[in-house]
Design a protein around this ligand. Sequence first.
Ligand code: VG1
Ligand code: CO
Length: 543
Amino acid sequence: MTFQTVSTKPIEGQKPGTSGLRKKTRVFMEPHYLENFVQSVFDAIGGGQGKKLVIGGDGRFFNATAIQIIIKMAAANGAAQVIVGQDGLLSTPAASHLIRLNKADGGFILSASHNPGGIDEDFGLKFNAANGGPAPEGLTQLMFEATEKISTYNIADIDDVDLTKIGSTSRADLQVVIVDPVESYQALMETLFDFDAIRDLFAGGFTMRFDAMHAITGPYATAILEDTLGAPSGTVVNKIPLEDFGKGHPDPNPIWAKPLMDLMMSDKAPDLGAASDGDGDRNMIVGRGAYVTPSDSLAILAANAHLAPAYRSGIVGIARSMPTSAASDRVAKKLGVEAFETPTGWKFFGNLLDAGRVTICGEESAGTGSDHVREKDGLWAVLLWLNILAVRKMSVAEILRDHWHTYGRDYYSRHDFEAIATDKANALMTDLRARLTDLAGQSFAGLTVASADEFSYLDPVDGSQSNQQGVRVYFEGGGRAVFRLSGTGTEGATLRLYLEQYAPPEGDHGVDPQLALGQVRDAAQSLCRMEAFIGRTTPDVMT
Ligand code: VG1
Ligand code: CO
């Protein structure tokens, strides 16, 4: 057995985005590409010597090959132990849990999340730290700096590990432990929720469809919902993880999970519809005839969390990403707990969770989670919804209406403009930034700007500052528009326009959201000169 030190050169563009490094799969497969990034992670964390690491991914094309390379590099960098999901599979929240459970030094998660998979689609890799959460900004910067000065990487000349066999083997001084990907995650869920109450719910005839979108949650949802909670076989659909997600786009929103949406809006709809994304950290919740926006879902989960055993004594605070609607702030206010507004991306919640300042976090992009792990968690959200439904004995639509009646409704939608030429998207943002201080008092499409700024975040725990996190424009009358560029795409730029309009408790809550948001949308498009900069005003995706 030999360790090799391979000469290499820095490769441009290895800067992690909102959630790790995402590129076309073929780029990741180029010589040294994966190796350079993995070695840079080891360099950024002070080397691999004696370290214990968790490794797993969402099963997309190149997952298993990349895992073998990472194991060989872990061995050559002196790691003591790697804990790997069987067949190379781990959902992102399960990986986060395994890091925490085993007191590991961190973990490699192989996923491009909701991006499509396959040799011509996307691949991704991110490193999570010892708290189980995505590398914070400081560590991410160190990783990127290491990619810019790398000259060699270490790799061991050892046999591939059989990822199909649960158990422990050794490669040189490295212990490789293959674990069931579901087992300890399921055990964690059983400590959080009232499984008996949910079992009774299903036994009483409650119906559900969970669309795993041929991604990682298939095995998890089948084991938990069908095999443990007694939901009938067939409740989980598209349950086999495929390397290309069945050529689908594993993003649980009304566009990409359209078959589920269609079912839920039909007269054959079950009581609850849910879906998750490529790596299992996102969720979509839809009741019979009632789509729940992720921002509302966050607020409802926070307002009702005390109905589940884990949160019975109350929550300490709620954090939401800046573009997420203010619905959860209203809940925090009523509960008398702190509310935080953070930049987009789960890495910003880690410090707040570690410091015990918040219990529940969420993002408008269909991510919700709590202090049980340090990632968003799709199945956790579904189980908390089920627990709430089991206790309240109301339908999803009734819970939604009741919530709006108490807090008012934050109409919400995100409009995505994809594959824009990067220079055009940048020009739009630069122009908008330059005009920000003059916007207050100006009117666009009949709406007057009350205030506008560019969001910066001062982390209250470690004092770090993150600038240029999106432009916020508040209108008179309770409307808000947010503009930012995506940090997870692999082709050109994606402009995200987030629209929000508040209707108070006594207001009308039954308007079609796109209609309710029409004026804010028109004002937003006009004030950013969208047509002039990118030549279009029709979004590719509206969530
Ligand atoms: C998107 C979402 C963001 C989420 C991120 C990772 O980022 O907007 O809320 O945290 O994806 O989620 P961006 O930069 O493209 O807007 V996942 O499930 O793709 O890891
Ligand atoms: Co994801």
